[in-house]
Design a protein around this ligand. Structure first.
Ligand code: PMP
Length: 292
């Protein structure tokens, strides 16, 4: 992945993809002091660029560092990197981290670096294929207490338990893992929030110890426009037996129906299908109607 052609925006300049490197004594590599975003461009525009860029700034602030670029500079750099890539439908990965000047847990004066990479990431499955649903198993780790970790920061370090959980799921032939939270309530998958359906209404865990997914909020707004009620509350794993449909929501996942979570079975049906299509419609750049 690090040897392809193209350019990466790195500390304000475009550098060749192959040369976008960090030193091995980078603070972020040793102590997890990096924050990032996952964004998608559709039709040449990054969907919810403002929300993602603001979350990047907030994530850094939670970890105690300030990005050397403001909101508008980050947006401009993102758009410039997308334009340079020549891609219209793409995945966008901004990342910011503490550099390598001093080594040790405390490094308040290390330079804050930032990079933005853009690559092609098509939806591999057609909507019909997606409606078959993916299979999830239970994760070996739980989302920690907000007093244990800064859970509202999209910080690289918090993904350690996600990678372990996803690898464990894949080793058993599953696509992903569903994590409980520290209290034993249903939380989210390793890279997306989760939504359930029962009797025409949506049920989704209260995002009080994991990311408040921008995609989930968009899907909730679409549901509201279709008169579908959204219940945001704690969900115990046993309650999964009462839900008929389930789907993941996230920038990368978009709306991905689920067929199986551990011992529970789901049948992607009308509501998953409606929201999957409505979301794909929603993310397309809106053409401003020409004035008469
Ligand atoms: N939870 C986790 C752990 C994630 O990595 C992501 C993807 N950023 C999400 C939820 C979904 O968030 P969003 O819809 O804002 O991309």
């Amino acid at each position: 992945f690090d040897s392809r052609d193209g350019v990466i925006w790195y500390d304000g300049k475009f550098v060749d993809w192959k040369d976008a490197k960090v030193h091995v004594l980078t603070h972020a590599l040793h102590y997890g002091s990096a924050v990032f975003e996952g964004e998608r461009a559709y039709g040449g525009e990054v969907y919810k660029l403002r929300e993602h860029s603001q979350r990047l700034i907030d994530s850094a602030e939670i970890l105690g560092f300030k990005l050397p670029y403001g909101l508008e500079e980050i947006e401009a750099a993102t758009n410039a990197t997308l334009a340079r890539s020549g891609l219209v439908d793409a995945y966008v990965r901004p990342i910011a981290w503490r550099g390598s000047e001093t080594m040790g847990v405390s490094a308040p004066n290390n330079t804050i670096h930032m990079a933005i990479a853009v690559w092609e990431w098509p939806s591999y499955f057609s909507p019909a294929e997606k409606l078959k649903g993916i299979r999830l198993t239970w994760a070996p780790y739980r989302r920690p207490d907000p007093l244990t970790i800064p859970c509202k920061s999209k910080a690289a370090g918090l993904y350690m338990i996600c990678t372990i959980s996803k690898h464990a799921a894949e080793a058993q032939g599953y696509t992903d893992a569903l994590m409980l939270d520290y209290r034993g309530y249903v939380a989210e998958s390793t890279g997306a929030n989760i939504v359930f359906v029962r009797d025409g209404e949506l049920y989704t865990p209260q995002p009080d110890c994991f990311l408040d997914s921008i995609t989930r909020q968009a899907v909730e707004a679409i549901a509201a426009r279709h008169g579908i009620k959204v219940n945001r509350r704690h969900i115990l794993p046993e309650e999964l037996a009462t839900f008929t449909e389930a789907f993941l929501v996230g920038t990368a996942a978009e709306v991905t129906p689920i067929s199986e979570i551990g011992e529970y079975r789901f049948k992607p049906a009308a509501i998953s299908e409606l929201l999957m299509h409505a979301y794909l419609d929603e993310v397309q750049p809106k053409k401003v109607a020409a004035a008469e």
